[in-house]
Design a protein around this ligand. Structure first.
Ligand code: SF4
Length: 347
């Protein structure tokens, strides 16, 4: 990261800039832990950054960035010109180029942990997992400098009997093996290295700046070799692009070789906020699939149930074949409610 110049907006200090135009902006934070009630998810979530330089075209977190930008504008922290700049010409660029760095994160975490423990009731032991990195990558390039994720982990390492999950595409996670070991010594920890295929050329069509597959698999190897409870998450599986058996077999085999202790997978959810970004990428690289996607996802964000069910069956068979646990953890979030009506995975 090259420090170009420090400038201050009305109320959102620019902490750093890159030559290609990415800005890192300080965002005051009163709360950092989101409860299941706030998000509608089954677990508590924590994201040190808003926006992500990795820029995956299927990323569903762009809406959260837009919300933060609109709120800052409404609060008078962004001028109209800055608001336009922070939205970008199509609305999705800013997610990758204007990264909010949450400040006072430890004070916010301290308050939120009290709230979290109060939610446990008389037992004093919340059963809900805290997942780090549900909306943006906690080890995206900004973490190299700002070290927010490491600070959070240092604090969680002082807790006991928590259930903690962490999702990342970055090998930078291996930098924190020492503190992750301390978290795991006193808590349940699951680290998910995220990878949708081992095909590096294919990755570059749908993920702009992510670390290449071999780099992520090496990081996974380092984590498991250090005794950490780490595995692979394949999210999303892209229908017609990454769901064929040879690609999935290669991915499962690579995970096995890297010592993964589990492997979870789920199909693409095409939320409205993703369509503007992902469908043009699909048109460009997989034009034959674009119409099928539009039809299959016309009425809902989730993959068609028959497709999701068929994929689940395929994943389950592969989990059994490659010696991974079946039917546990995050994979269950993708469990379809209906039996598949067809054998193939066609949309
Ligand atoms: S790494 Fe994760 S958070 Fe970042 S752009 Fe990709 S999917 Fe979104």
């Amino acid at each position: 990261m090259r420090l170009v110049e420090l400038r201050v907006t009305n109320a959102l200090p620019v902490l750093d800039e890159r030559l290609r135009g990415t800005k890192f902006v300080a965002l005051g934070t009163r709360s950092i832990l989101n409860s299941p009630t706030q998000t509608g998810m089954d677990f508590w979530s924590l994201n040190p950054y808003v926006g992500c330089e990795f820029g995956c075209s299927y990323c569903y977190a762009r809406y959260a960035h837009r919300y933060v930008v609109e709120r800052a504008h409404d609060a008078g922290k962004l001028s109209d010109d800055q608001f336009r700049e922070f939205r970008g010409p199509h609305g999705w660029e800013a997610f990758e180029q204007r990264i909010f760095v949450k400040e006072q994160i430890l004070a916010a975490l301290e308050r939120d942990l009290q709230r979290y423990f109060r939610s446990a009731g008389p037992t004093g032991r919340p059963s809900d997992t805290i997942v780090i990195g549900t909306a943006t990558d906690p080890y995206q390039p900004a973490e190299r400098r700002f070290r927010l994720t490491r600070q959070v982990l240092e604090r969680l390492a002082r807790c006991e009997e928590l259930s903690v999950g962490l999702i990342t595409k970055s090998p930078l996670v291996a930098r924190d093996i020492d503190v992750l070991q301390r978290v795991q010594d006193r808590n349940d920890l699951e680290i998910y290295v995220s990878l949708i295929t081992v095909d590096a050329a294919l990755i570059r069509r749908v993920e702009v700046r992510t670390p290449l597959p071999a780099v992520r698999l090496r990081a996974l190897r380092r984590l498991t070799a250090a005794g950490l409870n780490a595995g692979l998450i394949v999210a999303p599986v892209l229908p017609g692009v990454t769901d064929d058996l040879p690609r999935l077999e290669a991915l499962f085999g690579a995970a096995r070789e890297a010592g993964a202790r589990f492997l979870h997978a789920g199909p693409l959810r095409l939320y409205p906020a993703i369509r503007d970004r992902f469908l043009p990428v699909l048109e460009e690289h997989f034009p034959e699939l674009a119409t099928r996607y539009r039809r299959a996802y016309a009425r809902q964000s989730a993959a068609p149930r028959t497709y999701a069910a068929a994929l689940t069956r395929r994943i389950k068979r592969l989990q059994q074949r490659f010696g991974f646990p079946v039917n546990d953890g995050m994979r269950d979030r993708y469990r379809p409610r209906r039996e598949p009506a067809q054998r193939e995975l066609g949309l």
